[in-house]
Design a protein around this ligand. Structure first.
Ligand SMILES: NC(=O)C1=CN([C@@H]2O[C@H](COP(=O)(O)OP(=O)(O)OC[C@H]3O[C@@H](n4cnc5c(N)ncnc54)[C@H](OP(=O)(O)O)[C@@H]3O)[C@@H](O)[C@H]2O)C=CC1
Ligand SMILES: N[C@@H](CC=O)C(=O)O
Length: 396
């Protein structure tokens, strides 16, 4: 892009203010924030009132603004903003994984149609440049799986519980106060945030659009001290993982669930709000990326990196979509799971093919066994609200 970057920012919360801070502290980029649109014009902010607005059109219809940074916590409003910005010929940077998970296919088409760039590195794994790497380096057929800890808040909570014995709700409150959690933190703890990120990584890693409803996701909100005790006795930690795997060469599966993690696995070492992504491929085997997955400055840095890329006319090429299509989604996969349940009738919902370990007691019942993921998808509405906890075993 030959022109100076004139940025219109939507949102001045954790990420928006983080971007302003890192931009102020980075030299050599000819870019400035000329307008910031927020929801509440009355809030106290460290911003010149001349740049502040509550009217989206002040950015979307300003011909001087050539880059829109969409950093708000409302996915529906974000979708409208991003669509209009692209249609108005503006380059767009976004951090909004929920919006992307539901609308990425349409927004990719729109950016092509209007010949602008749409980049969103901050939407997956905070400061880890995973999307750019999937685009540029893992741009061939060798990639077999991408898995890991994609959510900083849940990892922060699990670390605090395991390492310090902190109460779940206290740890969650800390994650919120530190700016790691989503405005609705159920997205973090119930695995939706991980799911949205995994969907984005699947587009870039495997060239496949998967609707969030197709994927089984389970979170950590039902975790009990008994689960932690059992995992610890076996020498495991519990971590919330997202995993996309190529199956039998022409299918792809996505899974989001807590996992019993062994000391020799990469995820075992990932603590606090850090994320860790394991990339597995033919011939190169395992590669691991690690970094801060949430918070103002790590995420602001990822947004700044996208803005800098725009200065060099960077666009995602979506090579996997264009040249490696043909993969289909499947949930027909065997998984080994740990299921802890309170009500004995709940066990009958699960069609275990074999059970390797079980315990039935007054207050604590569990089984470890194998079942098919497609069966879990079928019963996912039924298991909601029940006092059960589920974690998978097997490879990370
Ligand atoms: N926090 C993090 O670590 C990370 C967050 N993200 C993503 O970044 C985005 C922003 O998150 P975060 O900064 O934490 O959220 P915050 O809640 O801290 O800030 C949200 C901001 O959006 C503004 N806003 C909400 N709706 C509108 C609207 N319709 N028009 C204009 N402004 C609006 C709010 O305005 P007001 O201040 O007036 O309320 C606020 O400034 C989300 O999509 C999130 O998922 C991605 C990676 C990491
Ligand atoms: N709430 C998210 C923020 C970054 O994506 C997380 O905790 O990872």
């Amino acid at each position: 892009m030959s022109n100076k970057l004139k940025i219109g920012v939507f949102g001045y919360g954790v990420v928006g203010s983080g971007l302003a801070h890192v931009l102020k502290n980075s030299k050599g980029l000819d870019a400035s924030i000329v307008k910031v649109c927020v929801r509440d014009g009355e809030k106290e902010r460290d911003l010149d009132s001349a740049v502040l607005t509550t009217n989206p059109d002040d950015i979307l219809n300003d011909p001087e603004i050539n880059v829109v940074a969409e950093l708000i916590d409302d996915a529906d409003a974000a979708y409208q903003i991003v669509k209009t910005a692209l249609k108005n010929g503006k380059h767009v940077v976004s951090a909004n994984k929920k919006m992307l998970a539901y609308h990425i296919e349409e927004l990719i088409q729109l950016q092509w149609q209007h010949k602008v760039s749409f980049v969103y590195e901050a939407s997956a794994c905070g400061s880890i440049p995973i999307i750019r790497n999937l685009e540029e380096y893992y741009d061939n057929d060798l990639l077999q799986s991408v898995s890991g800890i994609l959510n900083g808040s849940s990892n922060y909570i699990l670390t605090k519980i395991f390492n310090e014995g902190l109460d779940y709700n206290v740890a969650l409150k800390q994650a919120q106060d530190l700016g790691f959690a989503e405005s609705d933190p159920t997205s973090d703890v119930d695995g939706f945030d991980t799911l949205y990120k995994l969907i984005i990584l699947t587009v870039h890693g495997f060239g496949l659009f998967v609707h969030p409803d197709q994927v089984f996701n389970f979170g950590i909100s039902n975790l009990s001290p008994k689960d932690i005790e059992l995992a610890s006795q076996k020498g495991y930690k519990i971590r919330l993982l997202g995993k996309v795997t190529k199956v039998n060469g022409n299918h792809v599966n996505l899974l989001v669930a807590p996992k019993f993690v062994k000391p020799e696995e990469h995820a075992y070492t990932v603590e606090s709000h850090y994320n860790g992504v394991l990339i597995q491929g033919n011939f190169y085997d395992n590669q691991f990326m690690y970094g801060k997955g949430a918070g103002a400055h790590p995420t602001g840095s990822a947004v700044l990196s996208d803005i800098t890329a725009l200065a060099y006319d960077y666009k995602y090429e979506y090579k996997k979509l264009k040249y490696y299509g043909g993969l289909e989604y499947t949930n027909d996969m065997e998984v080994e799971v740990y299921l802890r349940y309170t009500n004995k009738d709940d066990l009958s919902l699960f069609e275990f093919k074999d059970i390797s370990e079980s315990l039935t007691g007054k207050e604590f019942n569990y089984v470890i066994g194998t079942l098919n993921l497609s069966q879990l998808i079928k019963i996912r509405q039924q298991i909601q609200g029940r006092d059960i906890f589920l974690a998978y075993l097997g490879d990370e």
